[in-house]
Design a binder for this molecule. Structure first.
Ligand SMILES: Cc1cc2nc3c(=O)[nH]c(=O)nc-3n(C[C@H](O)[C@H](O)[C@H](O)COP(=O)(O)O)c2cc1C
Length: 369
């Protein structure tokens, strides 16, 4: 009670700024654990006003109050989906969860790249496993769409079977599922993005979805490190199935945007601001290949402008994570206010009307202005 009474204090910018500074002084994984603990204690600032009609979004049959989601990896174990929803995210994606719990890689495995507002992680799907996440989520109701991001155990003999188990476990619980085959931190996982492997994976997991009571929307989350030929293959395979959408993108193994900076040489996936251009370009290139298939744009969103650029490149909704490490939770509200302003400035009524307005420019590189 006392702790939740403190939550309004976090809405005071100076105070939340101080907390943010304190978190940035901690080791990155310790800071993350402290943030999850604070959210569990009810210390999150709650959204006090309803989102405007400009932000209402329909995504694969889901009615979102706004199109901004918390990306996977922040709440791997489904500990805080409700506080995240109450903060104002339109969707909250928990996971990646694997069938069996696993410890992940040795620490340290999470690093800030402060010179570029980047993050490098090689967590390795540390998580409590399906049953623990299921037990936390079962019967829970909150004001956002719940995504469950499923993966494979690192020592699994059959990665595809692990995804099928994930679909069977969560199809009737989640509002949508994300099939994560793009983490760079599980050896061999990204091979599932190749033609034959992807066909088999999607065939088996969509067959499992067809047997579930609920036709839960399924998204495939891909890497930004795919060339145009690889994007062609994925688009072709996906369009031949009834997969519902794509999430573009996961973290990158490239380091071009952070060369020479502190921690840049750490092994793992790079996210945050230095991922923005690459992931937005891949999003636009995929938009050119998949017609109007729903796409969630993620990677490097750090401001209202960068969030809006994802829409212009072809996203129907967005997610973010790393920028919250540097900018704090205020960023969510700033982005949503930026969306409403952009809708009005372009004499439109809803954010959906801005989707794809600059896809061609983003597909060849960042537009001039
Ligand atoms: C520490 C950390 C852990 C992550 N874990 C996962 C994960 O378990 N599953 C997943 O699909 N993506 C994971 N991601 C990737 C994010 O969901 C997102 O795709 C990526 O970070 C790009 O977005 P951002 O630049 O806004 O962070 C993780 C990212 C970070 C920084």
């Amino acid at each position: 009670m006392i702790l939740s009474a403190l939550s309004p204090l976090l809405r005071i910018p100076a105070l939340s700024g101080l907390i943010q500074q304190a978190l940035l002084k901690m080791d990155a994984e310790t800071a993350h654990s402290a943030t999850i603990a604070a959210l569990r204690l009810g210390l999150a600032p709650e959204q006090t006003h309803a989102d405007g009609p400009e932000l209402r979004t329909s995504l694969c049959g889901l009615d979102l109050k706004n199109p901004v989601g918390m990306a996977a990896g922040f709440d791997k174990n489904a500990e805080v989906p409700r506080p995240l929803a109450q903060m104002g995210f339109g969707m909250v994606e928990i996971g990646t969860v694997t069938p069996r719990s696993q410890a992940g890689n040795a620490k340290p495995r999470l690093f800030r790249v402060p010179g570029a507002q980047g993050v490098i992680n090689r967590m390795g799907f540390n998580n409590d496993g399906h049953d623990a996440a299921f037990a936390r989520l079962n019967g829970l109701h909150f004001p956002a769409a719940l995504g469950v991001n499923i993966g494979a155990n690192k020592d699994s003999e059959d990665f595809v079977a692990d995804y099928v188990i994930g679909v069977q476990k969560f199809a009737d619980l989640a509002d949508y599922l994300t099939v994560n085959i793009s983490s760079p931190n599980t050896s061999g996982l990204r091979n599932l993005q190749a033609d034959e492997a992807l066909r088999r994976l999607l065939g088996e997991l969509l067959a499992a979805r067809a047997k579930a009571r609920t036709r839960v929307p399924v998204f495939l989350k891909i890497a930004p490190d795919l060339d145009k030929a690889a994007l062609d293959v994925i688009a072709k395979v996906v369009l031949a199935t009834d997969l519902d959408g794509l999430i573009i993108s996961n973290t990158t193994i490239a380091r071009d945007s952070v060369i020479g900076l502190e921690n840049a040489a750490e092994i793992g996936g790079l996210s945050g601001k230095p991922l923005f251009d690459l992931s937005t370009q891949k999003l636009a290139q995929m938009r050119q290949r998949v017609g109007d298939l729903p796409i969630i744009g993620v990677g490097g969103i750090h401001s209202p402008q960068s969030a809006l650029a994802k829409f212009e490149a072809g996203a129907n909704a967005v997610q973010l994570y790393s920028a919250l490490v540097f900018g704090g939770l205020d960023l969510l509200d700033t982005i949503k206010r930026g969306f409403v302003a952009a809708v009005h400035a372009q004499a439109k009524t809803n954010i959906a009307q801005l989707v794809g307005s600059r896809t061609a420019q983003w597909a060849v590189g960042e537009p001039e202005s």
